[in-house]
Design a protein around this ligand. Structure first.
Ligand SMILES: CC(=O)[C@@H](O)[C@H](O)COP(=O)(O)O
Ligand SMILES: NCC(=O)COP(=O)(O)O
Length: 260
């Protein structure tokens, strides 16, 4: 363990609940239910350390109004974080300027993309991201860059001013339960270590769930935050928000206990 990981070894991984999919169901009727703010409140009351949203330009799920209603809700939860994801070359920056969330997560999605499926690439993306990162930081907003688990890309993320990277974890999740599982975990551990060594903090997200979360937290060094939506909300349809948040927190605690 290098010095850069020692300070992270016992930092508890925070759970940020992504409520995109509550909004997706809500949008199929003009009734306002299920409520995005009520779902977020119940998750915070159950112990979630944050709420994440991804207000895509087509408003397929999170709408502009949700962003401001959640910002108002979060004022009553100063110990929790508000994380807004999006492409800063599209609609994200106006939300960041108006709301000043704790964290902005830059994601390189196209407007019509089915879901997020890749991270930024350097040096290609560096020049257009650098001033946007600087603007967020001048507003007091931490910046996390959505990245593929490529160790050689981490120093470049730091060089343009990012505070954190969020490791795109779908390849890890897709390999879960297969012969490639251990190899994928090793890839993410190396990428996380490279990020820590570059002076970045490490977030992670996409397709994390109750089956794969503990192993990820245990074997990938210094994960500061996981943002989880699709699987968590699916579980909440069966278990309810409170029991589901507690179940995911238990997975994180299990992973923390197994950390070397
Ligand atoms: C960036 C990422 O992996 C997810 O946070 C993203 O928000 C998923 O978007 P959808 O919920 O629209 O699939
Ligand atoms: N950044 C990942 C996120 O917020 C939620 O991703 P998912 O759990 O819905 O795949």
């Amino acid at each position: 363990m290098t010095a850069s990981t020692s300070s992270h070894a016992y930092q508890r991984t925070a759970l940020s609940v992504n409520v995109n999919k509550v909004a997706l169901v809500r949008n199929t009727r003009h009734l306002g239910i299920p409520s995005v703010t009520r779902a977020s409140l119940l998750c915070l009351q159950a112990g979630a350390q944050g709420i994440t949203i991804h207000p895509r330009p087509d408003e397929r799920h999170i709408r502009g109004a949700d962003v401001y209603e959640l910002a108002e809700l979060m004022k009553a939860w100063p110990q929790a974080e508000f994380n807004i994801e999006g492409n800063p070359t599209q609609n994200l920056m106006d939300f960041i300027r108006n709301v000043k969330p704790h964290q902005a997560t830059f994601v390189p999605d196209s407007e019509d993309q089915f879901t997020s499926d890749h991270g930024w690439s350097f040096p290609q993306d560096a020049q257009r991201l650098q001033p946007l990162i600087a603007e967020c930081k001048a507003l007091g907003v931490r910046v996390s860059l959505f990245m593929d688990p490529i160790p050689a890309q981490m120093a470049a993320a730091k060089d343009i001013g990012a505070d954190r990277v969020e490791l795109y974890t779908e390849p890890f999740a897709a390999a879960w339960g297969t012969a490639d599982q251990a190899h994928q975990l090793s890839i993410y551990a190396q990428a996380a270590q490279a990020a820590l060594d570059a002076g970045l903090q490490v977030n992670a997200g996409h397709d994390l769930n109750r089956e794969n979360l503990a192993a990820f937290v245990a074997q990938v060094p210094g994960v500061a935050e996981v943002s989880i939506g699709h699987a968590l909300i699916a579980d909440a349809l069966e278990l309810g928000y409170a029991a589901t948040v507690k179940a995911y927190q238990a997975c994180i605690d299990q992973g923390m206990a197994q950390r070397g």
